[in-house]
Write a protein of this length. Sequence first.
Length: 612
Amino acid sequence: MLLLETAEIRNNARRARPRRVFCVTEKTRQSSETAGDAIRGIFTNAGLRLDPGKPVDFSQNPLPTDEEWQIEWFKFYFGLDLAHTFDLTGEERFLRTWEQLVRAFIRQVPIGFDSSDVAARRVQNWIYARQKFSHSLWFEGFSRGFEEELGRSLKGQISFIRENLTSERNHRTLELYTLFIAALALPELDPEKELLGFALKNLQQNLLTDIRPDGVHREQSTDYHLIVLRSFLGVKKNAGMFGLQLPEIFDRRLERACEFAMHIHRPDGLIPALSDGDTGDFSDLLILAAELFGRTDFLYAGTRGKSGRPPRRRNVSFEKGGYYIQRSGWGQKNKDFRSQRFLVFDCGPLGDGGHGHYDLLNLEIGAFGKPLIVDPGRYTYSEEGPVNWRRFFKGTKAHNTVCVDGLDQTAYYRGKPKGPVASGKLIERIETDNLDILSGKAFSQLYNASHTRRIFFVRGRYWVIWDRLESPDPHRYDLRFHLTPETWNHFRLETGETNRTVLTGGVALVFEKQKNPVIEPGWYSPEYGVKHRIPCVSVVEKDGASADFFTIVYPFEKRERAPEFEVFSGPKDIRLEVARKAEGTDRKEVLGWKLEGETLKDIFFETREVKR
């Protein structure tokens, strides 16, 4: 009799299995450790692991000083970890824990308590986890009454999301994608397919509004660009699975967004955390994009050179978004993919919404499979505590640019700016056989000094950076470069005949001898709520109306020595002589140009090698 009852339960469970949709986040949430924590009532959000007690009370925020912890908790990402671990082990406790937590939330938190974007992420994760549990070979059914309770809650939350759609940008995309997924996974809620049509129509509109023609998301955040891209790739994948046709203009714009995603990944496989995001590995999206668009270059980048074909371009411009990338290569000709040199330069708009950092002419540099000069990330959205970390991480001083009089380029606000913002522009990009040159300019409404930065990528090997500050009045100019956590207490300053050099962690920063680089403590946040001490190289010029800084950023390996250089300048022409020493060879490289207005003319480069 018992065997017959068990068989009946299994047959009913199979019949009740929901329609399967593609879960675009599945590979990012497969932690058995997170699942084990959830069973014990422990949760990690916003960089902090907390035990809110058992039974779990979702009506109380375990971290009232930072609402982000509760926001992430309410999104139920851990449900995917529970479902994955159940599918691996067949242990029923993972399924029952998810049921208990979902039921507790439904009974403790009324619909409409949180914002529509948080509800949207939770609905997605509930749909994804439910199907993962239901389609597991171990699945024998949910507890009595659970699916009915879950179904009523999902129906109410979906109605709430639709009635309270965010007006624009990334939250709207998330909410519309949730409606799209719900319409596919829960067809009983949309028998006339009206919700499906509404979601698709508005997703297309949001894609064309939010992704600029060059492929960069309008908020200018690398992290949010990839998060938004995940939703749109999910649209295309699920549309194909269900036989839905997307217009050509949708595909074209989405493919451009994928191209930016490909080029913004550093050679180590992570993205820089520009403009209010985290760093991270989104190679799974590049591999998915390769499948959806038949692009072997996406596959090559997503697999870090193991499959596919390398992209055709190394030095790439995204002019609407204002991001410019220099790369020594993609790992061809027996060179390791990870070892390539990489720089991203930001001289674009602040970005819509509240995510923009005050970082015009900021850059990030990497080589040898690791970052060398880093953007700080975001760390927090909270202003609570004795230190306003939100302000610190948004501020100009925390970035790799020049800070004027200790001021931010744009007046600080926690969210959207309330007044005029700094503006930047690309002056020109010039590419020759041995050089890729980027020239950009920044203006602020808070001071009357302009900043022009020119970056010379020399032979795909190292960078010469020329910063020029000009003003009718004297100012304090502070050139800043932020190194990595690994270099904390592992650097040295050297003074030679012509230069002062900071040596650390595979990179040399070389300055003219009359400059005085000092090391200050800084901060770096690779993910929300986590920060690490880092050294910041600061070079200050005081009480001058104008100033010029010349810096060589030279990635080096153990057997190499840092270069030396001298600057020879006239009224309109400048020449740098760079002396490099390697095993058995002295090399002098001469780089020169004339300045006509804002543009460079008569650029020349030559190199001589002399055997010792």
